[in-house]
Design a protein around this ligand. Structure first.
Ligand SMILES: Cc1ncc(COP(=O)(O)O)c(C=O)c1O
Length: 473
């Protein structure tokens, strides 16, 4: 019997050099009108023509397995029918509405669902439209509620592109080292708990990542009065910074510090929420984390319209005078799409699939740590995964050129991951629902790409290498 062709099981195929001739022609036509960064096609030398299954097709007919999934904002593959139908219905009924000023059923239905699934004491919702705005709002809530000025953040985190938060944290070493980051006061940064490398010691791990809390204790004596700290802003799993998940011991100690000093705990789950880590919220991978604020974005939109949210406790949000929504925050169709996304997760199968992708990634790529000198670490938390490259295992020095070469070798094999120049980890963030057969194929192609690059490793540029070495020995 012939099986019907299922586009969700289709594997990628690249037939041209990259960019292909049609992509190159379209780039040449449009680049003069784009910003320099958007006209830089070296990182992704292809122009998307459309999507099907878990593949992106470019203008030349090449296909790539999509492990970017709109940087996590498309968690169910392109145009999931349940999300589309819910959005269409809400759009027909309400069109556009500014929900923070004119309440509507679509927004309130989503609020009801959010407080139903919200962990711990979180019982209130503020509307927002992007992760950046949600984090900015959270900082204002923390300061208003505590009447204290300082925010503790962890180096390597990413919170968006507003001037305040690019100063608050940046995962982008090259921006920091070139001085392009904005500098503002009120942010106390300690290193992110990282078990693979530490600024406090040379060479390879394992590292006791609780040492960053020892350093914080030191700062509380030497520089920062704990009574001036409003709260802690932390990604429960470090996303842009390379997929690091702290230990239960770290969370226990951080929670105890928050209690002791009256600090609010704000989890930036913009990248980790709604199933990305194999649980509805990443914080549910540990016991006893008790946030005062929790931020949603990206996958929360379920691949539909832009939407973000700030969940908070009664103590922080019930009596606030702050009104931190935006014109587009919780627009009715976006709310209906987000609600359909939560329902899809609750219907079952999505979280299990994300955990299956984690297993496959580790199974296929972990053995390369022993085989290839430049594979420093292999990490996955649900459907977010990273491979960290080093110049050699003895020095543990970062190898951004190696990462970049592996990314391009993977692209030529039809695997589109998340890569940035100057970074030494390559990340995968597929749809939570990606067919395991497609994901396994991708991991095997990446393994082949790593072996190919390892035959003749590229030279590492010394300026980046030195900055990296200084920051992260
Ligand atoms: C943890 C985290 N917070 C905030 C943001 C900013 O979100 P947005 O791009 O929607 O403004 C991002 C984006 O990557 C993120 O990863």
């Amino acid at each position: 019997m012939m099986l019907a062709h299922d586009p969700r099981h289709e594997l990628p195929k690249v037939n041209t050099t990259l960019p292909g001739p049609k992509s190159a022609e379209l780039f040449a036509r449009h680049d003069p009108h784009l910003t320099g960064a958007n006209a830089d096609h070296e990182i992704y030398p292809l122009l998307e023509a459309g999507k099907r299954g878990f593949l992106i097709e470019d203008a030349d007919g090449n296909t790539f397995a999509d492990h970017m999934s709109a940087w996590g904002a498309s968690p169910f593959g392109p145009t999931p029918p349940e999300v589309k139908a819910a959005m269409d219905t809400a759009w027909d009924r309400h069109g556009m509405q500014i929900s923070g000023w004119l309440p509507n059923q679509a927004a309130l239905d989503l609020v009801a669902k959010l407080v139903e699934i919200a962990p711990g004491r979180l019982s209130r919702v503020e509307y927002s439209v992007s992760g950046t705005l949600a984090v900015e709002a959270a900082v204002k809530f923390m300061r208003e509620s505590s009447r204290r000025p300082l925010i503790i953040t962890f180096g390597g985190q990413y919170h968006g592109e507003s001037t305040y938060l690019t100063a608050g944290a940046s995962s982008d070493l090259s921006n920091v080292s070139s001085g392009r980051t904005q500098y503002v006061s009120g942010v106390v940064m300690v290193p992110y708990p990282n078990r693979f490398r530490s600024p406090f010691r040379r060479g390879p791990g394992p590292v006791d990542e609780c040492e960053v809390l020892d350093y914080l204790d030191y700062l509380l004596v030497q520089q920062v009065h704990p009574g001036q700290v409003a709260g802690v802003l932390i990604e429960p799993v470090l996303g842009e910074g390379g997929i690091h998940a702290p230990s239960q011991r770290f969370w226990d100690r951080l929670g105890a510090m928050c209690k002791r000093w009256g600090w609010l705990l704000c989890l930036d789950e913009v990248q980790t929420c709604m199933g990305r880590c194999g649980t509805m919220f990443a914080m549910q991978r540990w016991q006893g984390i008790d946030p005062d604020l929790l931020l949603l974005g990206k996958a929360f939109a379920a691949g539909g319209q832009p939407i973000a949210a700030i969940l908070g406790t009664d103590a922080v949000m019930a009596n606030t005078e702050l009104h931190l929504g935006s014109t587009y925050g919780f627009a009715p169709a976006a709310c209906a799409g987000a609600l359909a996304g939560v329902n899809l997760i609750e219907a079952g199968g999505v979280l299990d699939n994300a955990l299956e992708l984690e297993r496959i990634f580790k199974q296929v790529l972990e053995p390369l740590r022993h085989e290839i000198e430049q594979v420093g670490d292999v990490r996955a938390v649900g459907a977010m995964a990273a491979i960290e490259f080093v110049m050699d295992k003895a020095s543990n020095r970062p190898a951004p050129a190696f990462q970049y070469a592996v990314h391009h070798a993977s692209l030529r094999r039809g695997v589109l991951g998340i890569s940035q120049r100057g970074k030494w980890h390559l990340r995968l963030q597929p749809a939570l629902t990606m067919a395991p057969v497609v994901f396994r194929h991708s991991c095997e192609q990446i393994a082949a790409a790593i072996r190919e690059v390892a035959v003749c490793p590229p030279a590492e540029k010394t300026d980046i290498q030195d900055a990296a070495a200084l920051a992260l020995r």
